[in-house]
Design a protein around this ligand. Structure first.
Ligand code: WQD
Length: 337
């Protein structure tokens, strides 16, 4: 059984990925400083899988402490690196915090990959590396333009660091560019737990429906799209999680795989904000109180993935529909009361 070190495993995508890896017979250990998450999520992972995952509560920017995890686990056969700050507006206000945290942690980890000869590495990247693109859907070959935020740039620079590192490393690296993860595990036991007031559309929808907010805003209805609101590629978090398991298996089974590769992890479908609101209302029977507000600064008009490479290379197929995404997100919100 391969042992995978999952950084940021107590976070939203990390915790769903732990479950998927365990269900596919991988052994996992978690490294998460819990500065923006809680290790209570590991109790829920245990309830779902029956497996008690050990967490090292360590900040990856602390090289010596991070190294101690490798000293204790010399048999780590791969790393899935989720740990990072990810709040776009915060990154605009505090760019140095984002560059320091997201890049120092990556560099420390790669130093240890080299020292301990870890063969496989999967990196959490983001569709935000594409910036404001014109040609849709985006493929992995779409030329990257300036990212809209320092957060996005930490992912873009992170990819460049990995590409350079892959040239001198014996190991294999895959960067996964996530589109918009939403929904929660069908068990209702794990989901998204924002560490501060949510800024993303899906938790704002569920918080409005449950009454934590009296109303929500649709940021702009005058964009050049089919109904005037922005288009995004929403994908169920468990479908994203499973892509990691498949990517890991691919690296283990293909000794001749490229040293460095990039994959879009999106559903391939673009939905507008109004379409998402309708999908939620239809799936749950809840009416949302919303108003149209001004455009939100920094928003890309439209982006969605071409996911052909993900499907053909990894054999990935989505398990969850937009309706499932709405229902599982709503179940999760209700369970948090
Ligand atoms: C979606 C749409 C808003 C809130 C996120 C991450 C980013 C990247 C992709 C991972 C936009 C609109 C929102 C509201 C609204 N992921 N909206 N009312 O901006 O696509 O980016 O996913 O790296 O890093 O932040 O997601 O959920 O914030 O917004 O109308 O109250 O919903 O304008 O069009 P976004 P989002």
């Amino acid at each position: 059984m391969s042992k995978i070190l999952v950084t940021g495993a107590c976070g939203y995508i990390g915790s769903h990925t732990l479950v998927d890896l365990i269900e596919n017979n991988f052994e996992v250990i978690s490294l998460d400083d819990n500065s923006r998450s809680s290790d209570n999520v590991l109790d829920a992972v245990k309830d779902i899988t029956g497996v008690n995952v050990k967490n090292y509560q360590i900040n990856l920017c602390d090289f010596e402490k991070t190294k101690s995890v490798f000293d204790e686990n010399p048999d780590i056969s791969g790393i899935i690196h989720f740990a990072a700050f990810k709040t776009v507006p915060e990154s605009v206000e505090k760019p140095l915090l984002y560059y320091r945290n997201n890049l120092n942690s990556l560099i420390n980890l790669l130093e240890l990959v080299q020292e301990f000869d870890v063969p496989n590495f999967i990196f959490s990247s983001s569709c935000s590396v594409y910036g404001d693109v014109k040609d849709l859907p985006v493929t992995e070959k779409t030329r990257l333009v300036r990212t809209a935020s320092p957060y996005g740039n930490t992912k873009k620079v992170g990819e460049e660091i990995l590409e350079d590192f892959a040239k001198i490393s014996n190991g294999k690296i895959i960067a996964l560019r996530y589109f918009n993860p939403i929904g929660a595990h069908p068990s209702g036991l794990i989901g998204e737990s924002p560490f501060s007031t949510p800024q993303n559309l899906m938790p704002i929808i569920t918080e409005t429906a449950i009454g934590k907010r009296s109303k929500m805003m649709v940021f702009g209805d005058d964009y050049p799209t089919r109904d005037g609101s922005c288009i995004r590629d929403y994908i169920h978090v468990s479908d994203i999680a499973h892509a990691h398991t498949l990517a890991f298996k691919y690296l283990e089974e293909n000794k001749k795989a490229e040293n460095y590769d990039v994959l879009n992890i999106g559903s391939g479908n673009g939905s507008t904000v109004f379409e998402l609101i309708n999908a939620f209302e239809n799936a749950t029977g809840q009416k949302l109180n919303y108003e149209v507000a001004d455009r939100r600064p920094g928003d890309t008009i439209a982006i969605y993935a071409n996911n052909d490479k993900l499907k053909s290379k990894l054999g990935w197929t989505p398990k969850y529909s937009l309706d499932d995404m709405m229902k599982t997100a709503w179940n999760w919100e209700k369970s948090q009361l």
